[in-house]
Write a protein that binds this ligand. Structure first.
Ligand code: ATP
Ligand code: MG
Length: 404
């Protein structure tokens, strides 16, 4: 067994996956590789990677950036715009990141020349590039975005074949109309200029971020081709756990494997949470059913605290809502439930609120409707498990004789 001190979890819950652990997504990668190749031949393509929270959008973005660099000689930047609320800051983040992510010293020096006046601080190889914060200077770069990108391309074209720009975490910027307008003008300008520019632009965000942009600028709908991610299937999920544990020389019994696969329901985010907990519980480099069960319960608690407590339990303040949720939580894991069956079980005063309740937790992404009208199921079993744990602990709490 590996010594305790040298034990290191390969799982990275909450962070885009390192490229060496990236699995599956073949179809999506094929589509993105096609876009890279089109870009090489001078046909500008723009892609929107979308899907629900934690489904693997940033990981896919990170992987294609890496692949474009390694196999197609691109330079690129994966920019996280989470806190960014204006275009000047966005442009600052983009170029700062581009400089930081260039690993070739010659290219870096050439780029440094382009941006000479805008760079305010620098450490070796650009790890700590500091870009100007002066808004009017940033505005100038923004207004000249296309010429600046062309200039970059001219500078790198001896050694590199293209540029990939990934704009991720768009939650702050999509609600300002200027962002969608900016993209539209940029793409139009590029299309009409007829001059070759190998640039691949990829946006990454939740579906509602895309909707928001379309509201401001309807053309966004046709400018960006969608790459949409769904949960991984059973075989991919199995590959995930086998691969992650296998790389640490840890074996997994078939029973443990199918439990972890079932409970995480193909959501990469949940697979990492489950894997991480199971990894730390294991003591003999063999994951058996007991390890898997204990890890899954711990993961359900972590996931519940991280995602459900803040969103769901806070949103469902009313006692009636909570009591309905607990009732549903106690159903056998994985079962579907019908509105009319719950209606029979809930006290009369709760009945009127049931529809409202179902609508709300559906919107919060906890349950979804099945193909049968009036029938629901939990989005994933880990959420269900957390609701179940919460329901039983609330009951225990109620029964305690000396409640403080
Ligand atoms: N293809 C993959 N292979 C292995 N792990 C993955 C893969 N895709 C995603 N993951 C893992 O799933 C989790 C969520 O991934 P990621 O952060 O990429 O999702 P996201 O859709 O960008 O989430 P958010 O909406 O919160 O930004 C992370 O722990 C990541 O490591
Ligand atoms: Mg992300």
């Amino acid at each position: 067994m590996a010594g305790i001190t040298s034990k290191e979890s390969p799982f990275s819950p909450g962070k885009p996956v390192p490229v060496e652990y990236f699995i599956a997504r073949f179809e999506e990668l094929e589509r993105l590789k096609r876009a890279v190749k089109q870009t090489l031949s001078g046909r500008n393509e723009n892609i929107f990677i979308t899907g629900e929270r934690g489904i693997g959008k940033s990981s896919l973005g990170g992987f294609i950036r890496w692949l474009a660099g390694k196999e197609y000689d691109f330079i690129g930047a994966h920019c996280f715009l989470g806190g960014v609320r204006d275009l000047e800051t966005m442009i600052r983040v983009i170029f700062q990141k581009l400089l930081q992510e260039v690993s070739d010293k010659n290219i870096f020096d050439n780029l440094k020349n382009i941006f000479g006046n805008y760079i305010t601080g620098l450490t070796l190889f650009g790890v700590g590039v500091e870009f100007t914060k002066d808004r009017s200077e940033l505005r100038t770069i923004l207004d000249n975005f296309l010429p600046v990108i062309r200039n970059i391309n001219e500078t790198i074209k001896e050694n590199k074949k293209g540029i990939i720009l990934i704009l991720d975490d768009l939650n702050g910027i999509t609600d300002i109309p200027e962002f969608a307008q900016f993209l539209k003008s940029f793409v139009d300008e590029l299309a009409t200029s007829q001059e070759f520019l190998p640039l691949l632009l990829i946006l990454v965000g939740l579906p509602e971020r895309r909707e928001e942009m379309i509201k401001h600028q309807p053309s966004v709908a046709r400018i960006f081709d969608i790459v949409s991610l769904s949960p991984m299937n059973v075989n991919e999920s199995k590959e995930f756990f086998n691969n992650m544990f296998g790389k640490q020389d840890i074996s997994v019994t078939p029973e443990a494997l199918s439990l972890m696969v079932r409970l995480s329901g193909g959501f990469p985010m949940l697979m990492h949470e489950v894997g991480d907990k199971v990894f730390w519980l294991d003591e003999d480099d063999l994951i058996d059913e007991d390890d898997a069960k204990s890890g899954i319960v711990e993961a359900a608690e972590t996931v519940g605290k991280k995602y459900l407590d803040s969103q769901v339990y806070r949103a469902l303040r009313s006692d009636i809502y909570r009591s309905i949720l607990r009732r549903i939580g106690k159903l056998t894991l994985g079962t579907r439930f019908r509105r009319k069956d719950i209606l029979e079980k809930v006290p009369e005063k709760e009945q009127k609120t049931l529809d409202n309740f179902l609508r709300r937790i559906k919107k919060l992404g906890i349950i979804s409707e099945t193909e049968i009208w009036g029938e629901y199921e939990f989005i994933n079993q880990l959420y269900h498990l957390y609701v179940m744990i919460e329901a039983f602990s609330a009951e225990k709490e109620k029964k305690r004789p000396n409640k403080r």
